[in-house]
Design a protein around this ligand. Structure first.
Ligand SMILES: O=C(O)c1cc(C(=O)O)oc(=O)c1
Length: 296
């Protein structure tokens, strides 16, 4: 594990390998984060982990190395509801990054407008108890109604064992829903296992539910080259090709014990999206529709 003198943890590899796969022009890393820099953007007092700085310069250098053109920066839980680090990274991107915020559900409309101006296109609701203290469903629902006027969506992060319990809440969300890391299915169950079956039946209820086919490193206990992840996820990419997204998840919050290699993670893409058409949808067309829709 890599911790510095202050106990701040590094969860990313400093020298990722260069992937063999070359993403199509305009490819979007649609799930990544920034941490700090903490001297300008301190972490939340409620943060469940204290990472080393991983700011926009590092993110954009990685993007270059991996062959991507754009980023969607998702507010990390360690920054709580203070979105300044995410907004700062978007502002430094010259229009090549958009973001997803975490906000207090009672945020005033003017503050939502300011976030929209700063490149935010959705809000994230996190249901992982190891990351956040509470997830007030009623207040989240009210907020999801209020963001409809902005054309935003909701991003939800939950684990497979609570999908059934969350269904009434999820079904009531009146804007598009993006499911982080596919709702963390047990990929070892395979493509027809209970978790994937439950996810598919949720996806089949509405055409505006999207999934991020991300995090082989988190979801495949067998590790690289992530054969179990590929086996379980490839059929999903094929069945829902117009509503799948992909991202590195850099700087891989809480993955300090395994330090995922981003180059290896990128090389999973052509194994889950096996044709140029599927790759174009996953990496370019779908994220453009969701995050750069005004530019079409
Ligand atoms: O599984 C995680 O630990 C994790 C944490 C965060 C976050 O802290 O925001 O974001 C993610 O996408 C995944």
């Amino acid at each position: 594990m890599s911790a510095d003198a202050e106990g701040r943890i590094r969860s990313w590899t400093l020298t990722p390998s260069t992937p063999r796969f070359v993403p199509p022009p305009g490819a979007v890393d649609a799930h990544c984060h920034v941490f700090g820099p903490a001297d300008r953007f301190p972490f939340s007092p409620k943060a469940k982990y204290m990472p080393q700085d991983a700011g926009p310069e590092m993110l954009f250098a990685l993007r270059e190395r991996l062959g991507f053109s754009r980023n969607v920066i998702v507010q990390a839980s360690c920054h709580g509801t203070d979105n300044r680090a995410t907004l700062d990274a978007i502002a430094k991107s010259n229009g090549t990054a958009r973001g997803v915020a975490v906000v207090d559900p009672e945020i005033p409309d003017e503050d939502l407008d300011a976030l929209d101006e700063g490149g935010i296109r959705g809000v994230r609701f996190n249901f992982l108890k190891r990351l956040v203290e509470d997830a007030p469903k009623d207040r989240f629902l009210e907020l999801s109604r209020r963001i409809a006027r902005l054309g935003w969506h909701v991003v939800v992060y939950f684990e497979a064992d609570i999908l059934a319990e969350l269904r009434p809440f999820l079904d009531a969300i009146p804007v598009p829903v993006v499911v982080d890391h596919m709702g963390r299915p047990d990929v070892a169950q395979g493509p027809d296992g209970a978790d994937m079956t439950a996810l598919r039946s949720y996806l089949d209820t509405r055409p505006d539910i999207w999934i991020k086919t991300t995090c082989p490193d988190r979801l495949d206990p067998a590790g690289a080259p992530y054969d179990g992840f590929v086996h379980a996820v490839r059929p999903l990419v094929e069945a829902y090709s117009d509503r799948v997204l992909w991202g590195t998840d850099w700087p891989h919050p809480n993955m300090e014990r395994l330090l995922p290699d981003d180059g290896v993670i990128v090389d999973v893409i052509p194994r889950i999206a096996v044709t140029p058409e599927l790759q174009q949808a996953l990496l370019v067309d779908n994220p453009t529709r969701l995050y750069w829709h005004e530019a079409r």
